[in-house]
Structures are given as structure tokens and as C-alpha cells.
Design a protein around this ligand. Structure first.
Ligand code: NAD
Length: 489
């Protein structure tokens, strides 16, 4: 792979690396505000060509039924990405602003390794199950249930964890026998285009099976939701855009899979180690500058110990200085863009207007005049009705809210349009699990357990999404179910 400075970023369409019909657009280092270089800017015709290629590869080749080929290509991709991991790491730190330490996990190496889970699942999957003999309406019949690929999948992704989200769609969708067009976020085109280059140059994926189309124009990606040749759209991003995708997809009634926003709650029960729990909640909010959909951004603590909780959270968050993502010690890097930084700042301004106060942070760091940085911030003095308690901020911002016992804590957690994730801390596992069972969310961390794993399903209730990514459930999202009934003799 070429070094960062010489990068030629192209589209991957029908097995070939090609230029974009709209020329190129710039990609920017969010820590330095420097232009890193340019990416291919696809137009509607490029997207049409990619959809046509994926359609042909699905309809006219044996990709969807040749499990051995799919498993081999996916393992080959994992190996090729691993061989290029150091180049990809530098690219990810530079383009995403991802702290170096996170590239050992969910920002890079984790999702590369997780491709093995998709390959293994396809290899060991029971594609056909026997429902047995029966006599429906008096007619003797043998029934079989087959799982088959859905067809052509359009995958649309955001910028916050580009490799994780891109590969968590590419892996299971291809493993299940679909062909795919990936349309990454305009903020992080290189992360996807580098994978496209590796696929084109170092793997045996047949032409058209995977297409990667970078574009600065959101409407080019929206074609995936609208085009009748696309059978399914798999989207991760904001809830508002998810709504637009679902509306567009309704025109052709295609299958829609959505991973959207969150406003998850971290519940501290009155028998928990308060300082330890609050410190952990604060630390997670600072990671990657809070740009994670499942981060618990509402810290819900016993009312009697509210001030103590605010102090503990502020002691941790106030001690985390945002800085250079290249440094091995940095936890909190920049936000992705000036637009996102300004959006987070507008929520901090709103917190004051709503009557809140900052226990630490509250704006741009005084010592960093370049880069899209925001200080890790604790907002205190507001309840769950404040807009900063209800709306997704997507920055290193924690709002501390008081509860009056377990029932009230559950009520606050569930009093949200979102339902993505949650955490419960208690001195008693059984009590914490009873609370977890009442939370209307897709994943729960009880006393520090980790739900993020290739074999565990991830996704949201309510306006946080439709369907599950990863795990067996994530693989099966990309399948149709066919019942074949044969007249028995
Ligand atoms: P976004 O919704 O603005 O953009 C996401 C993607 O959608 C981008 O590729 C964008 O080009 C594309 N897009 C924009 N308008 C479109 C349209 N009308 N039709 C089709 N595609 C369109 O989100 P973002 O700002 O890139 O990412 C941040 C958001 O993503 C946050 O709200 C965050 O919570 C959410 N997110 C959710 C998850 C999850 O798994 N639940 C994971 C990461 C991020």
C-alpha cells in the first residue's frame, strides 16, 4: 500500500479501481485541520454502475451459493488487512482522529479480526433445516426451511468508527451470500477506499461482489435506498437520516436495517461503589471524544449523593485533557469536523440556558487553537427533561441526573426516545440484573461486563434502530427464509 502522503483514493466498481465522475473532494485531519489529500467523488452514474455490477454478480454468478469461495475470500481479506495494519493505523489516526490506543481495538484491529467470525459462521451455518413431515389441509407434505442471501445490499455508514461499522456490514452481508455496495461517510473516505484498494489488489473477490463508492454528495448514497435493483439497505448513522433512508426505501419496500443514535443511561444504585462507578462513566464519555453511539451519556445517581457523584465524575473527566490522537496516552482526540465541534458547543451553550452548570470543561480547550477539540465536560443541575438530557450530543459530555431509588432510575433510563444501550452498577449482581431486565435497550453492561464482541448482537430498541448487527442475529439479518414444501408419497 502507498504511504499516506502518496495516497490515490479511488472507487471500487465491478472489480476495478476507477476515478469519480464528480472529480475529487478533500479529506481533512481533524486534529490539525490540514488537508490530508483527496478522495474520488462519485456521481449518480458511478453509483448506478456499482449497483448494476452488484446486481450482475448476484444474479449471474455462483457467489450466493458458493460458500467455500465466500469463506476463502473473507479469510483472505482479513489476512490482507492484517498485513497492511500499520499503514491502516496511521491512516485511521490521521483521518478519523482516532486515539492510537483505540486502533488496537474497535477502531481497527478488532473489526479486522472479526471478519473471521463471519467466515466461520458461513462455513458452519445450517443453511437448510428439516421441518419434517406433516399433513396440512390433509395433504402429506415434507417441509424444508432454507436460508438464502437477500440479494444486493446497499451499506451506508458514518465516520466515527469507520472500519468497525464498514466491516460489520461487509463481513456478514458477504458471508451470507449477498453482493454489496458500501457508501462510507464523506468525512472518512480514505478508511473505506484503502480497504477497496486492498480488495482489488490483494484478494480474489469476483468483480462486482463488493463495490466501494465514496462521495461528497449525500444524495448519491440515497440512491441505494431508492433503487429497485437494491434488495436491502443497511444503514448506520443519525436517527434523522435513518428516517430518510426508511422513507426512501418504502418506495420499493426493500428490507431496511438501521443502527441509529442513542442517549444511554449509566445507572448507579444506592449500594454501588459510587466514586468508582462515576469515574468509569466519566472515562467512557471521554473516549474518542464521546463519538460513540452507545456511550452512556446520562449518569443517573442516588439523589442523596448527587454532589458527591458530580465531584467524582468531574475529577475524572476534568483530568482528561484532549490532545494529539497520535500519542499513545491520548484517550480524547478531536471531534471529526468543525461542524460537529460547533454542534457540541451549541449544546453546551444550551445547557447553561436550561439552568445547568459545568462541573468541569464547557468549551474549547484554551491551549489548543487548531483541531476540532472540545473539553470533556460534566453538566450538573438538570433533570431528565432538559434537552441536553434527551438529545444526542455526540461529544465528550456527561449529564448527571438524580434518581429516587431503583424504580425511578429505571423510569429515567427508559424515558428517552432512544433505546440503544445502558449500564447498571450495584453491590448486588442480582439486583443490578433485575434493573437491567427492565431497561428498554439492546445491550446492558452490568457491573463492568463488556457486551461488544463479534459473536454478540448489537442494536437498539425504539428510535435507536431496527434489527441487530454482529453475532448470529447480525448474520441472519442478511438472509431471507424460504419454506419448500414437497408432496410426500
Ligand atoms: P449521518 O446520519 O449524518 O450520516 C451517516 C451516513 O448517511 C453518511 O454516509 C451520510 O453520507 C449518509 N447520508 C446522509 N443523508 C443521507 C440520506 N438522505 N440518504 C442516505 N444516506 C444519507 O450521521 P453521521 O453524522 O455521519 O454520524 C453520527 C451519527 O451516527 C450519530 O447520531 C450516531 O449516534 C450515529 N451512529 C450510530 C451507530 C449505531 O450503531 N447505532 C454507530 C455509529 C454512529
Amino acid at each position: 500500500m502507498p504511504v499516506l502522503a502518496d495516497r490515490q483514493s479511488q472507487l471500487l466498481i465491478d472489480g476495478k479501481l476507477v476515478a469519480g465522475g464528480s472529480g475529487v473532494f478533500e479529506t481533512v485531519n481533524p486534529a490539525t485541520e490540514e488537508v490530508l489529500g483527496v478522495a474520488a467523488d462519485a456521481d449518480a452514474e458511478d453509483m448506478g454502475n456499482a449497483i448494476e455490477a452488484a446486481r450482475r454478480a448476484f444474479d449471474d454468478t455462483d457467489w450466493s451459493t458458493n460458500t467455500a469461495l465466500r469463506v476463502r475470500c473473507l479469510r483472505q481479506l482479513r489476512d490482507a488487512l492484517r498485513e497492511n495494519v500499520e499503514e491502516l493505523r496511521e491512516l485511521t489516526i490521521a483521518e478519523v482522529g482516532a486515539p492510537r490506543m483505540l486502533t488496537a481495538g474497535a477502531q481497527l484491529e478488532g473489526p479486522i479480526d472479526d471478519l473471521a467470525f463471519s467466515a466461520d459462521t458461513a462455513e458452519n451455518y445450517e443453511w437448510t433445516t428439516d421441518l419434517g413431515h406433516a399433513t396440512p389441509q390433509g395433504i402429506p407434505t415434507n417441509r424444508k426451511i432454507a436460508r438464502e442471501a437477500v440479494g444486493v445490499v446497499g451499506a451506508i455508514t458514518p465516520w466515527n468508527f469507520p472500519h468497525q461499522i464498514n466491516l460489520a456490514k461487509v463481513g456478514p452481508a458477504l458471508a451470507a451470500g449477498n453482493t454489496l455496495i458500501l457508501k462510507p461517510a464523506p468525512d472518512t473516505p480514505w478508511a473505506a477506499a484503502a480497504v477497496g484498494q486492498i480488495i482489488a489488489e490483494q484478494t480474489d473477490f469476483p468483480a462486482g461482489v463488493i463495490n466501494i463508492v465514496t462521495s461528497n454528495d449525500h444524495s448519491v448514497g440515497a440512491l441505494l435506498s431508492k433503487d429497485p435493483r437494491v434488495d436491502m439497505v443497511s444503514f448506520t448513522g443519525s436517527t434523522n437520516t435513518g428516517r430518510a433512508v426508511m422513507t426512501d426505501a418504502a418506495l420499493t419496500l426493500k428490507k431496511v436495517f438501521l443502527e441509529l443514535g442513542g442517549k444511554s443511561a449509566f445507572l448507579v444504585l444506592d449500594d454501588a461503589d459510587l466514586a468508582g462507578a462515576c469515574s468509569m462513566a466519566a472515562f467512557t464519555v471521554a473516549m474518542h471524544a464521546g463519538q460513540g453511539c452507545a456511550i452512556t451519556t446520562r449518569l443517573v445517581v442516588p439523589r442523596a449523593r448527587y454532589d458527591e457523584a458530580v465531584e467524582a465524575a468531574a475529577a475524572t473527566l476534568g483530568g482528561i485533557k484532549p490532545g494529539d490522537p497520535n500519542s499513545k496516552r491520548t484517550v480524547c482526540g478531536p471531534l471529526i469536523s468543525a461542524r460537529q465541534r460547533d454542534r457540541v458547543q451549541s449544546y453546551l451553550d444550551l445547557a447553561l440556558q436550561e439552568g445547568g452548570r459545568f462541573a468541569c470543561g464547557g468549551g474549547r480547550p484554551a491551549d489548543l487553537d487548531t483541531g476540532f477539540f472540545i473539553e470533556p465536560t460534566v453538566i450538573a443541575g438538570l433533570d431528565n427533561n432538559a434537552r441536553v438530557s434527551r438529545e444526542e450530543i455526540f461529544g465528550p459530555v456527561l449529564t448527571v441526573i438524580a434518581h429516587d431509588g431503583d424504580d425511578d432510575a429505571v423510569r429515567i433510563a427508559n424515558d428517552s426516545p432512544y433505546g440503544l444501550s445502558g449500564t447498571v452498577f450495584s453491590g448486588d449482581d442480582a439486583r443490578a440484573q433485575a434493573v437491567a431486565a427492565r431497561m428498554r435497550v439492546g445491550t446492558v453492561n452490568v457491573n463492568g461486563g463488556i457486551w461488544y464482541s463479534a459473536d454478540a448482537p448489537f442494536g437498539g430498541y425504539k428510535q435507536s434502530g431496527v434489527g441487530r448487527e454482529m453475532g448470529l442475529a447480525g448474520f441472519e439479518e442478511y438472509t431471507e427464509i424460504k419454506c419448500v414444501a414437497t408432496l410426500a408419497n
